[in-house]
Design a protein. Sequence first.
Length: 77
Amino acid sequence: MQFYLAALDDLVREEGENPSIGIILCKEKRRTIVEYALRDARKPIGVATYRIVKRLPKALQGQFPTPEQIATLLEKA
């Protein structure tokens, strides 16, 4: 994953954009595991606060695939 993040940042990322974060989804019969990857694992990140919500804020809607779209992609893999 770190190789792909490096390529993405070097070839696609535009000036002023933050470094990319990779998301790894693993679907099991009864649960889905989500892991995150950073380009440089030696530079830890910290999260001061977070909030779990059932719906994305309106400003982010349409920016990400829906849970149903992700489930369909995982079933095809």
